[in-house]
Design a protein around this ligand. Structure first.
Ligand code: HMG
Ligand code: MG
Length: 302
């Protein structure tokens, strides 16, 4: 049988962070608890970032402190929280968070816009946060954004991506997720970048794929990355997602679409697709958005 994949559900974080209308904390909590019931092994809960920059996730303390979320936290599940600074780490630790995700950009323009510092300073900050987290027994996942292009600077040099991946792994991240923040890459770009990273001694089991779907390439990109040996993929239920500092970028690849594809290929995900489809319909309804998952929308009317 073909090897299994691990899906990192980023709906409650990437999925919601760019939505203008304020979403009640209770809806976020319901989303998290419903996702947990689908068999997903990893759910990114929220971000501890500047509430001025990402107002939608300003309720991170209420999410992290919720009794239901704490109960889920006692199970054998990864529940990372996006954390860019030591201040954010301190808050996360105060709330008992056991895993964080640090994030840097391979490119200067997005680094400035997103985290208000240069790539170099971003690497330094991620290194400090990672080292402090590991000292507190908090696991650290890493993200590198703009793997193919930057909204302000244009195409990205593969060597910059390599450098960032190496830095995060050296810092102690257990895995680095490659972010096509703008959703502009296609399967040949994925193959070429991943091959370049593997040829430069980055172990395949340390890499994950994080594809936004602006150009409708995200499912194909996941498949291309799978065929290069990657086994971990980030996605959002109902294809929610986007970053306010990457204007025009669409949501993440939809979790339903990924699960549908992998199950059809006889590759296990551990996820109950029918439950996921119901959640996608429910959250889209709640947010008054069209369902961004094609498989989800199709299965819902069957
Ligand atoms: P800064 O803008 O450089 O300024 O912050 P600062 O460090 O002086 O902090 C500004 C204020 O934020 C200060 O408060 C700090 O205390 C506070 P003030 O003095 O003004 O009252 N602060 C914090 N507050 C809460 N939590 C914190 C924290 N740290 C500082 N952790 C910072 C730097 C990175 C914090 C800021 O620029 C920021 O929050 N940016 C938002 C970044 C973000 O969340 N972007 C979206 C997620 S990344 C993404 O979507 C890409 C990804 O999905 C992968 C991909 O698709 O490529 C991961
Ligand atoms: Mg993203």
């Amino acid at each position: 049988t073909l090897p299994a994949v691990r899906i990192v559900e980023v709906g409650p974080r990437d999925g919601l962070q760019n939505i203008r209308d304020s979403i009640p904390t209770s809806t976020k909590l319901k989303l998290i608890s419903r996702l947990e019931e689908t068999g997903l092994g990893t759910i990114e809960l929220t971000s501890v970032v500047s509430p001025r920059r990402i107002p939608q996730l300003a309720d991170c303390r209420d999410v992290l402190g919720d009794e239901g979320v704490r109960k889920i936290g006692e199970k054998d599940l990864r529940l990372p929280v996006l954390v860019p600074t030591v201040k954010g780490l301190d808050i996360a630790i105060e709330y008992g968070v056991k895993e964080i995700a640090v994030f840097i950009s391979a490119t200067e323009g997005f680094s400035r816009a997103n985290i208000n510092c240069s790539v170099e300073q971003g690497i330094e900050r991620a290194r400090d946060v990672t080292s402090l987290a590991l000292n507190s027994n908090v696991a650290v996942r890493g993200y590198v954004s703009c793997i193919f292009a930057d909204p302000y600077d244009g195409p990205t040099q593969p060597a910059s991506v390599l450098r960032c991946v190496k830095e995060l792994l050296d810092a102690g991240c257990y895995e680095v997720s490659l972010g096509d923040t703008l959703g502009v890459g296609s399967p040949p770009n994925v193959r070429s970048l991943v091959t370049f990273l593997l040829d430069n001694d980055i172990p395949r089991e340390k890499l994950a794929g994080h594809f936004h779907d602006t150009y409708g390439q995200a499912v194909a990109n996941v498949w291309a990355a799978y065929n290069c040996g990657l086994r971990v993929f980030d996605s959002s239920v109902a294809g929610l997602g986007g970053c306010p500092f990457a204007p025009g970028a669409k949501g993440n690849v939809a979790t339903e679409d990924l699960v549908y594809m992998f199950h059809n290929a006889d590759i296990s995900t551990g996820v109950d697709l029918s439950k996921l489809v119901e959640i996608g319909v429910w959250i889209s309804d709640h947010l008054k958005k069209p369902n961004g998952s094609r498989a989800g929308a199709a299965l819902a009317i069957k």
